[in-house]
Design a protein around this ligand. Structure first.
Ligand SMILES: Nc1nc2c(c(=O)[nH]1)N[C@@H](CN(C=O)c1ccc(C(=O)N[C@@H](CCC(=O)O)C(=O)O)cc1)CN2
Length: 284
């Protein structure tokens, strides 16, 4: 068996085309849509992601607002940038690119974001809404994963999903999303203290690998026909490397590769969150 590719790049392009029409409809009603980003430091990965987010904005017709701060920016500098974006009427929603350089208090910064402008869904109020299964902006990577699975008709209801990694941007939030009544999956959260990872993944209908350990998921750890989504990001010899070994393609039923799978969906969902916020504010 060779896995069907869950093509996040193509799917994200379709989503952007749809969002461009919605942005145009808002513009015709006099509503401006703007995405802000706060980038601290010069980490090449983070800079590349932020550049891609602004390139996507240009394609869709969303205005870009950038706050790029140097690597030695203080906590006060970052908090000032957040306060400016909270107050800026041109900014519909914004994100603080993570991770922040060491020494900065990430939680404190996320707490200062106006929850109504939280395009990442990572403010404690919005994460609380997710826990309570109330409407609100959803974290972009988990939202992108669910959208990708839906568009490729990967069955979710009652599916056994193993999520490897418990970070807030992916693993932890994804578990909350997939156990909502609209998704109805059964989720097992695996992490560094999981005793027998392979025993869990072999039982799974869907494996989401977000550990950041290159090649962690090997073919013998995957049930034939399962869906495998590679969300891990590591740089090996300067090359982006995922958590899923290449041979998994011969066993899995579906595969979201890395690059080209979940990453572009993360960016598309960020734009979707901004457009949804603008539409809600405009009563559209
Ligand atoms: N504030 C946030 N910070 C981070 C998030 C997040 O959701 N919000 N997630 C990750 C990184 N991330 C978003 O910023 C992200 C990851 C991957 C991609 C992407 O398009 N990847 C491409 C390939 C890129 C490359 O070649 O390097 C792909 O997978 O095809 C975009 C955004 C951590 N930080």
């Amino acid at each position: 068996m060779t896995a069907r590719i869950l093509d996040g790049k193509a799917t994200a392009a379709e989503i952007r085309a749809d969002l461009a029409k919605r942005v145009e409809a808002l513009r015709e009603r006099g509503v401006r849509v703007g995405l802000g980003t706060v980038l601290v430091g010069d980490d090449p990965g983070s800079s590349a992601y932020v550049n891609m987010k602004h390139r996507d904005c240009a394609e869709v017709g969303i205005e870009s607002i950038r706050r790029d701060l140097p690597a030695d920016a203080s906590q006060e500098d970052v908090e000032r940038a957040v306060a400016e974006l909270n107050a800026d009427p041109a900014c519909t929603g914004y994100i603080v690119q993570l991770p922040l350089p060491k020494g900065l208090d990430e939680h404190r910064v996320l707490e200062l974001i106006d929850p109504a402008k939280d395009a990442d869904g990572l403010h404690p109020v919005n994460l609380g809404r997710l826990v309570l299964m109330q409407p609100g902006p959803l974290p972009c990577t988990p939202k992108g994963i669910v959208e990708l699975l839906r568009r490729y008709d990967v069955p979710l209801r009652g599916a056994e999903v193993v999520v490897v990694g418990r970070g807030i941007t992916v693993g932890r939030s994804l578990g909350l999303l997939l156990t909502r009544r609209t998704e109805n999956a059964t989720v097992t959260s695996c992490h560094t203290a999981t005793r027998d990872l392979a025993a869990h993944t072999r039982r799974a209908d869907i494996v989401v690998a977000a550990a950041g350990v290159p090649g962690l998921i090997t073919a013998d750890m995957v049930k034939p026909g399962a869906a495998v989504l590679d969300v891990g990001v590591s740089r090996v010899d300067g090359k982006l490397t995922g958590d899923v070994a290449p041979e998994v393609r011969e066993v899995a039923g579906w595969l979201a590769p890395n690059p080209g799978g979940v990453g572009p969906m993360t960016r598309a969902m960020l734009l979707a969150n901004v457009v949804e916020a603008a539409e809600a504010a405009a009563g559209a």
